[in-house]
Design a protein around this ligand. Structure first.
Ligand SMILES: Nc1ncnc2c1ncn2[C@@H]1O[C@H](COP(=O)(O)OP(=O)(O)O)[C@@H](O)[C@H]1O
Ligand SMILES: [Mg+2]
Length: 361
């Protein structure tokens, strides 16, 4: 079978590497000069909204998917008449706009932080009065890695936050003083069969994901998160892997956002789960039964951001796995990741800390 992927970044690369085991062939579409996935298959160099690029890609493949959620929906919908496209474009519509996303969560009975749509400084002043502070102001569209966000802790922050973001459609959300952040990742195939991965705990700094730990130990929360994820998969008639990001306070969960694609917080599944999120995404869109999503060890993942450490190699024996996406170093750029595996959560945390220390030395 031939798979087309819109986007040839590291997610496309890891999808392609997983697909080799399933005997699949890949073609990508990406305007970047040397995208990571070029090591897997040919890359058609067109902008993501190019009708002729998408048509060419569609003519070469049996099924089309995407590695990031900001692909232009209209272009994808147009091509969906010509070739099977999964996940369904409707999922993109919801995920691309934080307001639609929040409304969908509410429709499904999934709790969200209190929020309001903001179109002006006046709106923002009114919402600061009604919701209180702190708040986070976000662009409704095109945010990633914490970009397009301003945190307001004091009334005097209103003007600066608005200066930075107003003029675009915005959303203000109550700041959740969470204990932890987690993500629920699952897959649903064309026939509607679902598999959910063990819950992952995520730590961010400066808006970027830094480390993950899985499986998360708290059973009750994991069951609840799995139910929310399943509601979302079913409501969207979803096909492929989806990641739902949640805040945890005590035993209460609030949905933050979802990604209609394989996710950075699922990279640990390459070595840490019986079937990786990448293989399961492909299995779903090809309507194969989902592979076993259970964890085979306690896994920890560290993102390598800005610089790749020199002389680091994977060691099967020590259960340390280094992934280098082959990207040019640049501050704030995700260049690779390291996954460590262990027999216990404590041992995993020790290995993660040790690895982090070596990296920051
Ligand atoms: N309402 C909120 N309360 C507390 N922290 C938040 C809130 N919204 C975002 N954050 C923090 O900022 C990070 C990035 O925000 P997110 O909405 O996930 O945007 P992105 O699309 O950039 O991932 C979150 O993972 C979380 O750490
Ligand atoms: Mg996020």
């Amino acid at each position: 079978m031939r798979v087309g992927i819109v986007g040839a970044g590291q997610l496309g690369q890891m999808l392609g590497l997983a697909g080799k085991r399933l005997d699949l062939e890949f073609t990508y579409l990406d305007p970047a000069p040397e995208p990571p996935a070029r090591i897997v298959g040919p890359v058609l160099k067109f902008p993501f909204d190019s009708d002729s690029g998408l048509e060419q890609l569609a003519s070469l493949v049996d099924v089309l998917t995407y590695e990031f959620e900001n692909v232009p929906v209209e272009a994808i919908e147009k091509i969906a008449d010509r070739v099977t496209v999964y996940p369904p474009p409707e999922a993109l519509r919801h995920a691309q706009d934080r307001l639609n996303e929040k409304r969908l969560f509410e429709e499904l009975g999934i709790p969200v932080p209190a929020y309001a749509a903001i179109d002006s400084e006046q709106d923002l002043r009114a919402v600061v009065r009604s919701l209180g502070l702190p708040l986070v102001l976000k662009t409704r569209r095109l945010g990633y890695d914490g970009k397009g966000q301003q945190v307001l802790t004091d009334e005097s922050d209103i003007a600066t936050a608005c200066q930075a973001l107003c003029g675009r459609p915005l959303i203000a959300e109550q700041w959740i003083a969470f204990d932890r952040e987690v993500s629920a990742i699952g897959t649903r195939n064309v026939d509607g069969r679902i598999a959910v991965y063990p819950l992952t705990e995520n730590r961010h700094s400066e808006g970027m994901l830094r480390t993950c730990r899985a499986p998360d130990a708290s059973r009750g929360i994991a069951d609840q998160a799995g139910q929310y994820l399943t509601r979302l998969l079913e409501r969207l008639n979803y096909v492929g892997v989806l990641a739902l990001e949640l805040f945890v306070t005590g035993d209460q969960l609030f949905a933050n956002e979802f990604a209609p694609r394989v996710h950075n917080s699922g990279h640990w599944t390459i070595e840490g789960a019986a079937t990786s999120q990448f293989e399961n995404h492909l299995r779903a869109i090809l309507n194969m039964p989902p592979g076993d999503s259970s964890a085979v060890a306690h896994a920890g993942m560290i993102n390598l951001i800005g610089t790749m450490p020199g002389n680091w190699i994977s060691s099967e024996g020590e259960r340390i796995f280094v992934h280098d996406y082959g990207k040019k170093p640049r501050p704030g750029r995700k260049l690779g990741h390291i996954t460590v595996l262990a027999d216990s959560a404590a041992e995993r945390d020790r290995k993660l800390a040790e690895t982090s220390n070596i990296l920051t030395d």
